[in-house]
Write a protein that binds this ligand. Structure first.
Ligand code: CAA
Length: 258
């Protein structure tokens, strides 16, 4: 196995940046790359300097999906016991906000990885799709579920059953993307957004992420009750007193994360 790391981590201000680094294979998400990515995410989640995380590829490709070479000879039992797709679940336990900064191809597992993040900033040249149908399979890392919850049944059907791909503009129109930026500026835009969130009250950011994610999993009644408990809980934090006092005294707040 090559010694080159398959993901690279940098710190920019209060933002942890992870670059997928398997350019020869279009950032195909091999099990080893995914393992390194999830390790890097968990390290940044535990890093006190970091308030938000950005995952990116390069200007040509975010990630072209699961590694087809590695999967081509696998049996159902190999797939089940290998736990490859299960690796994607580790991203759900990350508490800090994660932004996918996507340029070029985000296909199959690459698109599923972007959708598993909390926000997506796209370059004008970004292209999103679930082409698994061409390989005789379907998405296996959340594509049928997260895509349908975002764009609705009819477009999701076309993407999953007939490999319809979306441009960045279309993805923005269908609510998949927070912002489209010129291809030479998409990463700066994603870092700027992440830095702005990292400067906010950390516990409120954490519970806000938890509450929004809960909306995807619950009934309205259960979700409203969950939200209300988190809202009340925030009145036990020093940041709540600080935020309201700063507003009333017309000064900027100083968050402590306490
Ligand atoms: N796995 C392994 N290798 C891949 C790959 C992948 N997902 N995608 C691209 N590559 C490799 C190609 O085999 C090729 O390697 P060689 O140079 O050794 O031949 C190299 O990257 C460049 O690819 P192309 O020659 O095809 O380049 P292109 O510019 O014409 O097209 C592309 C780029 C549109 C990304 C095209 O390669 C493509 O469609 N890739 C496959 C995308 C795909 O089907 N993804 C779904 C994977 S399954 C999945 O993700 C399951 C899941 O839900 C978890």
């Amino acid at each position: 196995m090559s010694e080159t790391p398959l993901v690279l981590t940098e710190i920019h201000g209060q933002v942890g940046l992870i670059r997928l680094n398997n350019p020869k294979a279009y950032n195909a998400l091999s099990p080893e790359l995914l393992r390194q990515l999830m390790d890097a995410l968990e390290a940044l989640d535990a890093d006190e300097r970091v308030g938000a995380i950005v995952i990116t590829g390069n200007e040509k490709v975010f990630a072209a999906g699961a590694d087809i070479k590695a999967m081509s000879q696998a049996s159902a039992v190999d797939m089940l016991m290998g736990g490859y797709v299960d690796l994607f679940d580790r991203i759900r336990a990350v508490r800090k906000p994660i932004i996918a900064a996507v340029a070029g191809w985000a296909l199959g597992g690459g698109f599923e990885l972007a959708m598993a993040c909390d926000m997506i900033v796209a370059a004008e040249n970004a292209r999103f799709g679930q082409p698994e149908i061409n390989l005789g399979v379907i998405p296996g890392a959340g594509g049928t579920q997260r895509l349908t919850r975002t764009v609705g049944k009819y477009l999701a059907m076309e993407m999953v059953l007939n490999d319809r791909r979306l441009t960045a503009e279309e993805a923005a129109r269908f609510g998949l993307v927070n912002k489209v930026a010129p291809t030479d500026a998409y990463l700066d835009e994603a870092l700027k957004l992440a830095q702005a969130i990292a400067e906010r009250a950390p516990i409120a950011v954490r519970l806000g992420k938890e509450a929004v994610n809960y909306a995807l999993e619950s009934t309205l009644t259960a979700g409203l009750a969950y939200e209300r408990r988190l809202f009340y809980l925030l009145f036990a934090t020093e940041d709540q007193s600080e935020g309201m006092d700063a507003f009333l005294n017309k000064r900027p707040p100083e968050w402590k994360g306490r």
